[in-house]
Ligand binder design. Structure first.
Ligand SMILES: [Fe+2]
Length: 352
């Protein structure tokens, strides 16, 4: 049975109403003012509160507002001897569930209490379902985060593996892809590209020479000049890489950037001889990062050429071979931001 609290400064009213309730097997307590009621509410949980409006010190409306600050489910019935529309509206606005006018008739009173009891049960059930739903949503979100992290760790491992596979065959370029990936991401950030594009630039950089797996190791590490056939074989690596990436469930831009990373703005690059806007911004960035990093590194057929030579190459050919904005961003990194070639493997964040 429900527990009811009667709040009224009139003793006879408290006794009468609680007797009505007790005869119907309700548990009923009484309070002579709002302060006492609030104290009782802090110690005992009530299902229904029946309160008078006009009481000394704190009115029923003020009590109602205070109760609603901590509970939205307790059912509150307001009683008054002045039944005006304004009072009723004010009571409902303050969170009352029903309204009784004095004198109180037993039948109407008990009927109201029974309705409130049903309302309380429904409200409790609704609150319970909402809480269950919140818990379910929370556990679902936690599971998604956990699975997403596991998936990203797995993809990070795959990218790292793919990167190392090429380097095993071409040890002279150890770390080249990682450094190009990091420089590409830095250029992307300098150009204020969005987070997803920057993340994909880094990832693509880490594996951009994957197509070299199909080229014989002795050609990759040959110290002297390459003959025409060998050059042709080396030049197949962007297409090989693209073909390999086509069947991998990664954004298309990864494979396309790999395909285009040896193109040049004036159409002198390979494999297709694409020009300017035909080349994506990602490939424009990767090609500049690739050239700068390669020139700064030692190769079997030549010593390292250093940063100033590398920057001279891209700045001299800015707007012809290389995208001017990309060149400006890359040169700005070294000239203004003291960027140092970054050899570390960053976490490749996959925007899902
Ligand atoms: Fe390449």
């Amino acid at each position: 049975m429900s527990r009811v609290l009667i709040v009224d400064d009139e003793k006879s009213m408290r006794i009468t109403l609680s007797e009505f309730l007790k005869k119907e097997d309700y548990e009923a307590d009484t309070a002579s003012d709002a302060q006492t009621a609030l104290q009782m509410l802090s110690q005992t949980e009530y299902d229904i509160i029946v309160t008078d409006i006009i009481m000394p010190r704190t009115s029923g409306i003020e009590l109602l507002e205070k109760i609603r600050e901590s509970s939205s489910t307790v059912q509150i019935v307001i009683m008054t001897g002045e039944p005006t529309v304004e009072t009723a509206v004010k009571a409902v606005q303050s969170g009352a569930n029903d309204y009784l006018t004095k004198p109180i008739h037993k039948d109407i009173f008990l009927k109201t209490i029974r309705n409130m009891e049903k309302m309380k049960q429904l409200t409790d059930e609704k609150a319970k379902l909402e809480e269950e739903n919140r818990q379910y949503q929370k556990s679902l979100e936690e599971m998604i985060v956990k699975r997403t992290n596991a998936l990203q760790d797995a993809m990070q491992g795959i990218i790292s593996l793919l990167s190392s596979v090429v380097e095993i065959r071409d040890p002279y370029t150890a770390g080249h892809q990682r450094r190009v990936g990091n420089l590409s991401a830095a250029i992307g950030e300098k150009m204020k590209l969005d987070e997803k594009t920057v993340a994909l630039l880094r990832m693509t950089g880490y594996i951009h020479d994957i197509g070299k797996i199909a080229i014989p190791a002795e050609i990759l590490s040959k110290p002297g000049t390459l003959n025409d056939l060998e050059i042709q074989m080396i030049r197949t690596h962007p297409v090989n890489g693209y073909e390999m990436m086509r069947n991998v469930d990664l954004p298309e831009v990864v494979g396309e950037t790999i395909y285009q990373h040896h193109e040049r703005c004036d159409g002198s690059g390979y494999p297709k001889g694409l020009e300017r806007d035909e080349i994506s911004i990602e490939a424009q960035i990767l090609m500049v990062a690739d050239v700068v990093e390669a020139m700064m590194s030692h190769r079997p057929y030549r010593p390292a050429m250093g940063l100033s030579k590398a920057l001279e190459e891209i700045e001299t050919n800015s707007g012809t071979l290389y995208h001017a904005e990309v060149v400006a961003a890359c040169a700005g990194l070294f000239h203004e931001d003291n960027y140092a070639i970054d050899d570390s493997e960053h976490k490749v964040i996959f925007p899902l």
